[in-house]
Design a protein around this ligand. Structure first.
Ligand code: GLU
Length: 416
């Protein structure tokens, strides 16, 4: 039988494996396999030419036993309810593994945002906010950016919500522009958190990352900052990067400033002077020290897992590796820093943003970095110790840490 690529089936299968190792009570297991609440709605958007297009939107509140649910909103043409469910489940384990007092949620709209004008995009965002206004808020559920959403989109949604509710509540959404209550350090937080876990992993593995090579699949928010920070913090050499239109490689290293400027100017990585073209598939299979899958789900599957030559896969994307591929990578000795640990820096600084919004008192960037480092380092060692103690791969170990924390909150509340 060929492997399933349905992200929610994968998220459930991962939980099932952890439940078996934990010997989780079957009633608890059954409860944690399903989202607590989900909302499906249609958003009619008035176009600039006077017509109307209707979009499908979702918000899934997977679990809020540990606190208000939290998670981004994705705009993607291939969005499905099962993808949003999976991402909401992963947010639940993510907030638990970094031990912040929040649950997990995710939102999505089936749309190619590049097909809308700026004014149409604003109307779509306001329409989304109107649909979820009654079920989000600082004590209920707090959205944030994700694939193809950004601080401007968060600002429009916050504004629509506040106008509807009749009061200021900046903490209703995170990843806002600094001028509207965003946090210092939120922009690069996902990549920075991943770099901190990679720094610790290298210590455990006895590797010196200075001068070592990296390849980045997905040159969006997480991928571009990973390039900068792998150079600045770890002294690594990034030799290849890619986006949906293909990749580039230069074995002497791609300079961050120049590569990023090229991507900004042309909208793509391809055709960068002084680099050769490479496909996404080839990039994943490069003989590098560290691979950063930083785009979407299911890029490392049973088809290519045996060809991955990186020593470490630091997963900045959500769900890049299938369970079958996980087993292959583990057997072959590829050290995986699993997604909901590696990319938890974004939601961690989102939590810091909520705290600052609540007090209307803002922290310096250095303070954000220090506190993020503490959270990521603690989470990394909780997972690493669990992997050693139970002799399981890092993903199962991360599940063991996270599921036990969520299950305990559910038990204490008396739900199961
Ligand atoms: N979308 C990001 C993630 O997948 C951040 C979520 C948040 O800040 O709430 O972790």
């Amino acid at each position: 039988m060929s492997e399933t690529l349905n992200p929610f089936a994968i998220a459930q299968a991962q939980l099932d494996e952890a439940a078996e190792v934990l010997q989780l009570d079957p009633d608890m297991h059954a409860f944690l396999r399903e989202p607590m609440r989900e909302f499906h709605f249609t958003i009619p958007v008035r176009l600039d030419d006077g017509g109307v297009r209707t979009f499908k939107g979702f918000r899934v509140q997977y679990n809020d036993a540990r606190g208000p649910s939290k998670g981004g909103i994705r705009f993607h043409w291939e969005e499905t309810i099962d993808t949003v469910r999976a991402l909401a489940a992963w947010m639940t384990w993510k907030t638990a593994v970094v031990d912040i007092p929040l649950g997990g949620a995710k939102g999505g709209v089936i749309v190619d945002p590049r097909s809308l004008t700026r004014t149409e995009l604003e109307r779509l965002c306001r329409g989304y906010a109107r649909n979820v206004a009654r079920v989000v808020g600082i004590t209920q559920d707090v959205p944030a950016p994700d694939v193809y959403t950004n601080p401007q989109i968060m600002a429009w949604m916050m504004d629509e919500y506040e106008v509807l509710m009749g009061h200021h509540e900046p903490g209703v959404i995170t990843g806002k522009p600094l001028e509207l209550g965003g946090s210092a350090g939120r922009g690069d937080a996902t990549a920075r958190g991943g770099i901190y876990t990679l720094r610790e992993a290298a210590k455990v593995l006895g590797m010196d990352l200075r001068g070592k090579t990296a390849a980045i699949q997905g040159y969006g928010n997480a991928g571009t900052f990973a390039h900068q920070l792998a150079e600045d913090i770890l002294g690594m050499k990034v030799i290849a990067v890619s986006d949906s239109r293909g990749g580039i490689i230069n074995t002497d290293g791609l300079d961050y400033e120049q590569t990023f400027a090229h991507k900004l100017n042309t909208g793509a990585c391809a055709y960068f002077p002084a680099a050769d073209e490479i496909t996404n598939e080839e990039l994943l299979e490069l003989d590098v020290d560290v691979l950063f899958p930083s785009a979407l789900e299911n890029v490392i599957t049973e088809k290519n897992a045996h060809k991955i030559r990186a020593k470490i896969s630091a997963e900045l994307a959500n769900g890049p590796t299938t369970p079958e591929a996980d087993d292959i990578l583990y057997d072959r000795g590829v050290y995986v820093i699993p997604d909901f640990l590696c990319n938890a820096g974004g939601v961690t600084v989102s939590y810091f943003e909520m705290v600052q919004n609540a007090y209307q008192f803002y922290w310096s960037e250095d303070m954000v970095h220090d506190r993020l480092d503490q959270k990521m380092t603690n989470a990394y060692y909780a997972v690493q110790k669990m992997a050693e103690a139970k002799k399981v791969n890092n993903r199962v170990a991360a599940y063991l840490v996270a599921v036990e924390r969520v299950a305990q909150a559910v038990r204490l509340r008396g739900w199961v």
